[in-house]
Design a protein around this ligand. Structure first.
Ligand SMILES: [Ca+2]
Ligand SMILES: [Ca+2]
Ligand SMILES: [Ca+2]
Length: 229
């Protein structure tokens, strides 16, 4: 008995019945050889083997995100009864078929108007289950109303304050961030958006700093009051 190895690649979006590869050689005599699938790391018929032609077909829908590689063992029987064992490795090729997704949408948070400029104020994270560039997410802020007080780090998804907030002039902001994967084919990139509602809180006044005096004319006396808050 001899041991032989074969390697095939198939796209995860290959339709049912797609020809993955053929185990049959060029030799005329091989027409009398038969093939039998004796073991697979999945026994659910993901691949079908034609025992006469040695052709392997896709039998069930593939998903790179679930199984990226299969191993099959095939017994090859010659006309004279001699048998050989074939190890067949089938690699599943990733396609960009997963869309980035945010864990929650919309996102709501509040900031004090005295938040220092340059502070990170929120961290967004979108998950894309694809492999490699198909699953690498870039973030872009697509709506910055009413003014560009915020910016986002394209790679990390961290949002920073870039201008001083002022409760008296604006009490809320709506931001829209779009996460797009970096699939090799730019026309097939997938994206998803999230809306952020940011409410601005008034600065907590320090009672030591906040004091004023009022002079109230009262009868003949000028009385001085000091107010604390
Ligand atoms: Ca998939
Ligand atoms: Ca994929
Ligand atoms: Ca993707």
């Amino acid at each position: 008995m001899t041991f032989l190895f074969s390697n095939f690649q198939v796209s995860e979006t290959a339709p049912l019945g797609h020809l993955v590869g053929s185990l049959r050689g060029e030799d005329e005599e091989e027409s009398r050889v038969t093939f039998a699938l004796i073991h697979a790391n999945t026994s659910d018929g993901t691949f079908e083997l034609d025992k006469r032609s040695g052709r392997i077909y896709v039998g069930k829908e593939l998903d790179f995100e679930v199984t990226a590689e299969y191993g099959l063992q095939v017994r090859l029987t010659e006309a004279n009864g001699a048998t050989h064992l074939l190890y067949v490795r089938i690699g599943v090729r990733d396609e960009n078929d997963e869309r980035p997704s945010f864990t929650s949408d919309p996102v709501t948070f509040s900031l004090s108007e005295d938040t220092p400029v340059g502070s990170p104020v929120w961290n967004l994270s979108a998950v894309d289950l694809d492999g490699g560039l198909n699953g690498l997410v870039h973030y872009v802020m697509s709506l910055r109303e009413p003014s560009p007080k915020f910016r986002i780090n394209t790679l990390t998804g961290t949002i920073y304050l870039q201008e001083q907030l002022d409760y008296e002039s604006e009490t809320a902001y709506v931001l829209v961030v779009t996460a797009t994967d970096q699939g090799m084919d730019p026309t097939k990139r997938l994206s998803n958006s999230v809306t952020l509602h940011v409410s601005i809180g008034e600065k907590k006044e320090d009672s030591k700093d906040f004091r004023f005096s009022a002079c109230v004319p009262c009868a003949e006396n000028l009385i001085s009051y000091t107010f604390f808050r």
